[in-house]
Structures are given as structure tokens and as C-alpha cells.
Ligand binder design. Sequence first.
Ligand SMILES: Nc1ncnc2c1ncn2[C@@H]1O[C@H](COP(=O)(O)OP(=O)(O)OP(=O)(O)O)[C@@H](O)[C@H]1O
Ligand SMILES: [Mg+2]
Ligand SMILES: [Zn+2]
Length: 448
Amino acid sequence: MSSSKTKSVFVCQSCGYESLRWMGRCPSCGDWNSLVEIQRDVKGKSAKKHRQATLVKLSEVRTKEGQRHPTGIGELDRVLGGGLVPGGVILLAGEPGIGKSTLLLQLTACYLCQSAKNLRRSLLYVCGEESPNQIKIRAERLGVSIGNLLLLPTTDTDEVLQVLSREKGLSLVIVDSIQAMTTIDLSGTAGSVGQVRESAARLIDWAKHSNVPLILVGHVTKEGNIAGPKVLEHAVDTVVYFEGDQYGQLRLLRATKNRFGRTGEVGVFRMSGKGLIAVADPSSLFLTNKKEGKISGAVKTVILEGTRPLILEVQAIATQSNLMSPRRLSRGVNRNRLQLYVAVLQKHLHLPLYKEDVILNIAGGIRVEEPAVDLACCLAIWSSYKNKIIPQDWIAFGEIGLLGEVRRVREEEKRNEEARRLGYKKIISAKTVSNLREVISFLFSRGR
Ligand SMILES: Nc1ncnc2c1ncn2[C@@H]1O[C@H](COP(=O)(O)OP(=O)(O)OP(=O)(O)O)[C@@H](O)[C@H]1O
Ligand SMILES: [Mg+2]
Ligand SMILES: [Zn+2]
């Protein structure tokens, strides 16, 4: 009977929850209509189970640790904690068009010329989304030479695995992207949870057994999830997010998980026609528009990305609304935090923001999670509403509590240092003020 070979499972497209029967609502994440039927090859599964498991004595494990291979791109190495690890699997996630393929092509070129000294190695680039022709054009535009780069234009995971078992001496494998890969063993379409998870699992399994580093590209939706499968995040060793403003130049590379190094470090790049260029002094990027500073609604702040302080500009507009419930738009800061700023400003500074549309933006397309950005956000909204300019050489950081108090944040001294280094004259933080009202009277006392 056919039912002995395959069985149907239903997998939630949002969280990967599995069930033997269909349900209208996923009991794990609560999403509606998210369960999708997937055929699973039972025979294959049970065959796998019968594979002899081998026990390994920890003392006999030959360590590959310390065997790190720098990629040759300093900003990337910094994020990865030193470079690629044999058998380490990296998920490079980012929104469409942010520059993932560009980064990886540059990486292959740098990696190849780095290793050229000791041995001739070859890299495999599985291009499921682009033709070799397109990649060639990009390589020419970037001006990179990629002699030993092997391209494999396919979206078939099993075909990739075949090539991998045949091709010896690979020093890196890149799959661009994992959402494009499918295996015929499952019926789901490309990009579905089942396909992505299974394809990734097979490739990861190969990487672990052959000790070759593997990079998987993953697309991220606007909400910031790796499309559909969050599932991939725990299956890989390192998760690196590539983010920034598509229309601007700045790109941030951030590790959110790293089994081989610390997380929180960021790499900073600038996107140009010649590809990504490392930015050694990111704060200075934001100082170029100093002349534009005679406008209300802009406040500088200093955030910490990993161990690295970064100066940013917060921008806000508060303008009279003609809607029943005024707009609250934010980019770069969680919308719930914007609601909090509005509530605090309304309650403690008596700004009638219920009549105003409030729009908040972090310049440069950076997403800020740190509460240290609160004070600058509140001041920017205040500044726009009152139409009062906050001086260009002032900078503000601190968490805002519900009572309007300004709270200390971590590593204040580091932030102060960075602000002073870049010539900021006045630093407003928990060290200088204790609540929002004090900040405002402080601003007024300066005759502003
Ligand atoms: N001639 C050019 N000059 C400057 N920047 C360019 C040029 N061509 C492409 N770019 C930049 O490269 C980006 C596309 O890069 P890339 O294809 O690496 O992104 P990606 O993340 O791989 O996208 P996808 O999701 O489509 O695979 C563009 O959004 C643009 O910013
Ligand atoms: Mg791409
Ligand atoms: Zn779910």
C-alpha cells in the first residue's frame, strides 16, 4: 500500500509546529490557517534511524577549535568572532535587495586570495536564484576575480548533495538562497517551512560530517522574520542579520546567535557601485550632515552595538492630524515604544499629542532595540511639536520610564567618550538630568 511509504504531516508555516491532523489554528503559535500538508517519506526516515550511531569519547575528539579561517573581510570576521569554523553553519539573513549576494561574492573573492598562499582551494556557490551569467556580471561590476569559484545553478537540494559528495577539497559552500531549495521527497513548494527545513537539515548534516563551512542565505520578511521558518535559527551555528536602509548606503551586519563567538558585535559597511566597503569609523558617517542642523525634530544619540558605540540621528515630526485616531508611524524603533513616548510626553510634559500625527525615524535605516534611544526620541518629538531646535552639538541618551524619569543605561562612560571624541559639547543623560521635565527646563534656561 502506498500509505506505508509516505505519511502526511501538517506543519505550521509560521512556527514549524507539526501535527498529524489538520487544525484551523496552530496550538503552538496561535496563527490561523497556517498548517500545511507535507508528505514525508517514512522509509527514508526509518532507514536513517537504523544507521549505526557511533559513540565518541570527548578526550579523543580532535579539536578544530582555534582553526578559524578569516574570511578576509574584517568587518565580517569581527561579527563571526574571527572567521569561518570548519563545519560551522552560518545563516545570512536579510531583506530582499539588501546586498547578501554582493557580500558573499566579495567574501568568496577575499577568501580565495587569502587561502591562495597555503593551498589551492575551491568554493562552491549554489545559485538557486540567479544565473551564472548574472553572477558574472556582478563580479565584473565589483571588480573581483574569482578563479576557483564553482557555480552550481540549481534549486534541487539532492542535486547539490550529489555534487557535494563527489567534489572533494571544497573549503566553503554557499547556498543562495535556502528558500529557493527544494527536495522532491516533500510536496511543499519552495520556501515552505517543510522544504526549507528539510533542505537545510540535509545540507547542515553534510557540513557537519565533512567539516566544511556552510553559508545559507535566508530572506527576511518586512516584519524581520526569516521568511516562514524561524526554525532555521536553532539548526545553524551562527545567525547573521544584514540590515540597513535599502535606499541609503549604510549596511549593518549583526550576529544574533553565535556558537563560536560572542554576539552583539556589528560590522558596518557602505554600499557602493563597487560593492560593500567597510566603514571603520561609523559614527562619523552621521556627522556629514552637520550643516542641515537648523531644523527642529532632530536629536543625536549614541547607541551601543555590541561593544561599539555608534552615533545616530533620531528624527521626528509631530503635526496636526485630521484623523479621529492620529497616526503613529515609526521606522527603526518599535511602534510600541513610540506609543510609550507619546503617552509619557502627554502625561508628564502635557503635550496634546492626541491631536497630532507623530512620525519617528532613525536616520540611516538602522533598527534600534536599546532603550538608551528613548530620551532622544522623546526630545525629537518634543522639538518638532514645539518647533524648537536642539543644538547640533548636543547629544542625548537614556531610558525613559513611565513616570518620565531618565534612567541610566549600560556603559554610559563609553558613550560619553564617543560623544566627546566626535566633538559634542553637551551630553544629556541620567548623569545630568533625572526626568524629562528637567531636560526641558534645562533647554529653556539656555534661552531656547
Ligand atoms: N550599479 C550599482 N551601484 C550601486 N549599488 C548597486 C548597483 N547594483 C546593485 N547595487 C546594490 O546592490 C543591491 C542588490 O544587492 P544583492 O543582489 O547582493 O542583494 P541581495 O540581498 O542578494 O538581494 P536578493 O534578495 O534579490 O537576492 C541593490 O539593492 C543596490 O543597493
Ligand atoms: Mg541575492
Ligand atoms: Zn505555529
